[in-house]
Design a binder for this molecule. Structure first.
Ligand code: AMP
Ligand code: GLY
Length: 419
């Protein structure tokens, strides 16, 4: 079969790479893809934007592609799935209505309340005054969330009431018409990406992401600087609680509302000191860089799982098999990220890193005059797999140190919670 992956990040390179591990997959197209998918064997980039649905559908028809896998939230929230389905194309990724679970925090909070799943107490506001008086009542720390896609900049964890008030004013001034103000939860975060066909839901291995730019989880929030899987914090008992008290009730409630959610349901969870999982947020897509740590451990062919979701046959699919061991992904970023950074820097040493056993997933890269150059903030995701975390991480740093580009930056403490 032939597949098409929509997107151009590290997650999309990992999806393409994993699809190509399957004996069933002969070729993967990427729209638009990156430098990694440009040079990978059996992979081909098509220069089509992620929101040009008609051009994507035309490419699917002219290349006789069997399955479309959508990476990012933007095309999902714009209805790429609905559009492609109308053109009789098999697509993995939730439809527009379902994608609100990520695109609207207030919609997601209503759903959580209706499903009666453990989450932070919250209220939704359409005016600053009411939000501020609620914040004054509740005190700090408190969390303010913009209701809409905000590229990771819509959540402010305020340590003081003054900071929360400023966040409310700033977000309304930026044009958001609704905000969620939420109880601050303490604990350790974990990401559970689950596959669903709208009826059955199956979690993948739990992963832990490192969202801050600086070591020791300091500094600004980023898209994610590294991840590892499986995350031992999500013990078997906690995974059971997540399935029974969070994932399945969410799918049941969506079904009750007549919403046919097929794709990834990404649960961002807090494991509280009482060892209870509470949902912080849902995303309607694979996580990045969690995917680069989770998928290299997958033994079951990814295409068959994604097709089972798209065709609503997940209950009949044989259970998912995993490789033993732990995978770690460390992101190499452009110096300056998540603020301003430069592009166009030549990257060397990827082959050497691969010879040392790493899988190098490209994110912000492109091919220019047959050289791979930087083209984004998060440039590469380097993944190593070992029999346990220590053996995976022992392989990581010699491999990533072989890679060079001007002002390359990466965290040396990925996995610090389990070291
Ligand atoms: P979200 O996009 O809702 O996951 O929020 C982004 C990040 O903000 C999360 O990964 C957490 O680190 C933090 N966060 C969100 N909600 C809360 C909460 N209720 N309590 C503590 N931290 C939170
Ligand atoms: N790594 C966080 C995310 O994908 O949203």
């Amino acid at each position: 079969m032939k597949a098409l992956v929509v997107g151009n990040g590290g997650r999309e390179h990992a999806l393409a790479w994993t699809l190509l591990q399957s004996p069933n997959v002969e070729k993967v197209f990427c729209t638009p893809g990156n430098g990694g998918t440009a040079i990978a064997p059996y992979c081909q980039n098509l220069p089509i934007k992620v929101d040009d649905f008609a051009a994507i559908a035309n490419a699917v028809e002219s290349n006789q592609i069997d399955l479309v896998v959508v990476g990012p939230e933007l095309p999902l929230s714009l209805g790429i799935t609905d559009y492609l389905q109308q053109r009789n194309i098999l697509v993995f990724g939730p439809n527009r209505e379902s994608a609100q679970i990520e695109a609207s925090k207030s919609w997601a909070k209503d759903l959580m309340k209706e499903a009666d799943i453990p989450t932070a107490e919250s209220e939704t506001f359409t005016a600053a005054e009411a939000a501020i008086s609620y914040i004054n009542q509740q005190g700090a720390p408190i969390v303010v969330k913009a209701d809409g896609l905000a590229a990771g900049k819509g959540v402010i964890v305020a340590t003081t009431v003054a900071e929360a008030r400023t966040a409310v004013e700033d977000l309304f001034a930026q044009g958001f018409s609704k905000l969620v103000v939420e109880e601050f939860l303490v604990g350790e975060e974990v990401s559970v990406l689950a596959l669903t066909d709208g009826v059955t839901i199956i979690p993948l291995l739990p992963a832990q992401d490192h969202k801050r730019i600086g070591e020791g989880d300091t500094g600004k929030n980023t898209g994610g600087m590294g991840a590892y899987a499986p995350a031992p914090i999500a013990s078997t008992a906690i995974m059971q609680q997540i399935e029974q008290e969070i994932l399945q009730p969410t799918i049941n409630t969506l079904q009750k509302r007549g919403i046919d959610y097929r794709g990834v349901l990404y649960a961002g969870l807090m494991i509280t000191p009482e060892r209870k999982a509470k949902i912080l947020e849902f995303n309607c897509r694979f996580g990045d860089p969690e995917t680069q740590a989770v998928l290299p451990l997958l033994e079951t062919p990814l295409d068959s799982l994604l097709i089972a979701c798209a065709e609503q046959k997940l209950a009949q699919h044989p259970s998912i098999k995993w490789k033993d061991g732990t995978a770690v992904c460390v992101v190499a970023a452009a110096g300056g990220y998540p603020d301003a950074y430069e592009k166009g820097k030549v990257i060397t040493g990827i082959d050497t890193a691969e010879e040392k056993g790493a899988i190098v997933f490209h994110a912000g890269t492109k091919l220019e005059d047959s050289k791979v150059v930087t083209n984004g903030g998060r440039v590469l995701g380097v993944t190593t797999v070992g029999k346990d975390f220590s053996s995976a991480i022992a392989q990581m740093y010699p491999a990533i140190e072989s890679i060079q580009f001007e002002k390359m930056y990466y965290r040396r403490d990925i996995g610090h919670r389990i070291r």
